[in-house]
Design a protein around this ligand. Structure first.
Ligand SMILES: NC(=O)c1ccc[n+]([C@@H]2O[C@H](COP(=O)([O-])OP(=O)(O)OC[C@H]3O[C@@H](n4cnc5c(N)ncnc54)[C@H](O)[C@@H]3O)[C@@H](O)[C@H]2O)c1
Length: 365
């Protein structure tokens, strides 16, 4: 934290920062880091949506340093409240959303469109009104997009660059997150065109993030496998787990969010996270963070010394939303100075230790 603290203290000291979805996995880890940078205030707005990863437990060590709006009060659909909070803020990390991979049914369509698109539209309307009413205000917004926005891709397209044009989407999430990102970038240019120069909106397409404070029921491979082995079960690999994925430790993701917010070059831009730099980087990804789901399972078993791994047929309802091999090119954000610090092994060792301790203390994650 030492040199990191020095580097960013100048940027965030005395500033007000709003984190939407701040009681969730990435938001709470971000809050832990931001309170160390001497800000005036860190505000959290989180609707604590059922079935997502938000929990007061995630910020319990720092709750006295935060201003927290939870439930209805913290819902980004609440335009008046969000306007009031945004008008105080210098920086907004807009992390409210759902990472649930939805199926192809009416209930999932409604849930995903509501959480990942309509909520974002209302949030951006609050921001727009706030900037129009305070045209001299400086505001930097970082939006949490996802690599799922690339949809189904072919191996030849890897690693994916930010300008890759999706051809086939996999599920509602990939569509609604992409539409919400487009809305963010559009608001950036439309406010600039109206002479509102203090606005800066950036999107970051996050890949598979793992680490402490992630809900073990969120559906991601790392938490699902850790939950299985800690409860004495077998890790089940759908279709043998041959697909490639790129993983980032949450600390690296938090560093990227802070860097993008602090930089004056990132307005109206989109950045990938992940671990590959160019085609050659597919062979030597940073930190060994590109791997198959099968290797990931074996690594988790080896590190924990628990459980076993078995292959099962791909569940029918999941096959249609499987994007295939996937990994992103991080050359663009690397030029700003970010590459992951964590190797997959080191990150998993820390994460498994965290959950083993929680399980021993009977904490529910
Ligand atoms: N974790 C990953 O691997 C990953 C990958 C790609 C993108 N992302 C994106 O990063 C963001 C954070 O993800 P996470 O892993 O921390 O998820 P999470 O489920 O742990 O946290 C998301 C939080 O958003 C809150 N939320 C949802 N709708 C809200 C609303 N209307 N108003 C206020 N709060 C609301 C939820 O209550 C939850 O606490 C999400 O937007 C997600 O799509 C995450």
């Amino acid at each position: 934290m030492g040199s990191y603290k020095k580097e960013y203290e100048e940027v965030f000291e005395g500033k007000t920062i709003l984190i939407t979805g701040g009681l969730g996995f990435i938001g709470s880890n971000l809050a832990h880091k931001l309170v160390e940078l001497n800000p005036k205030k860190v505000i959290i707005a989180d609707a604590l949506v059922n079935g997502l990863g938000g929990s007061i437990e995630n910020i319990k060590e720092i709750k006295d340093k935060l201003e927290i709006y939870a439930g209805l009060e913290g819902d980004i659909r609440n335009i008046q409240k969000i306007k009031e909070l945004v008008s105080q803020a210098d920086y907004v990390f807009n992390l409210a959303g759902s990472i649930r991979h939805t199926g192809h049914n009416r209930e999932d369509l409604i849930f995903d469109s509501e959480i990942n698109l309509i909520c974002q539209t209302l949030f951006l309307e609050a921001c727009r009104q706030c900037m129009i009413e305070n045209p001299k205000k400086n505001l930097s917004i970082i939006y949490a997009g996802t690599r799922d926005q690339y949809g189904k891709v072919s191996f030849m397209d890897l690693p994916l660059k930010e300008d890759f044009v999706p051809k086939t989407f996999t599920d509602y999430q990939s569509i609604s997150k992409g539409a919400a990102e487009a809305h963010h970038i559009m608001l950036h240019s439309s406010l600039k065109e109206q002479g509102i120069d203090g606005i800066k909106i950036t999107s970051v397409r996050i890949t598979n993030t793992y680490g402490p404070r992630q809900s073990l029921d969120c559906g991601g491979a790392v938490p699902t496998f850790i939950k299985k082995i800690l409860s004495g079960g077998k890790i089940e690999l759908w279709g043998g787990g041959e697909v490639l994925r790129d993983f980032n430790h949450v600390d690296d993701v938090v560093d990227a969010l802070i860097l993008l917010a602090a930089s004056d070059k990132t307005g109206g831009q989109i950045y990938n996270l992940g671990c590959c730099i160019g085609k050659e980087g597919m062979n030597t990804p940073v930190g060994g963070n590109l791997t198959t789901i099968m290797n990931l399972a074996h690594l988790i078993r080896d590190i924990s010394g628990l459980g076993d791994v078995t292959a099962i047929p791909y569940p029918k309802e999941r096959a249609s939303i499987e994007p295939g091999h996937c990994c992103s090119d991080i050359s663009k954000i690397a030029r700003l100075g970010w590459i992951p610090k964590y190797s997959l092994r080191k990150g998993l060792e820390e994460t498994i230790r965290f959950y083993k301790e929680k399980t021993l203390n009977n904490k529910d994650y």
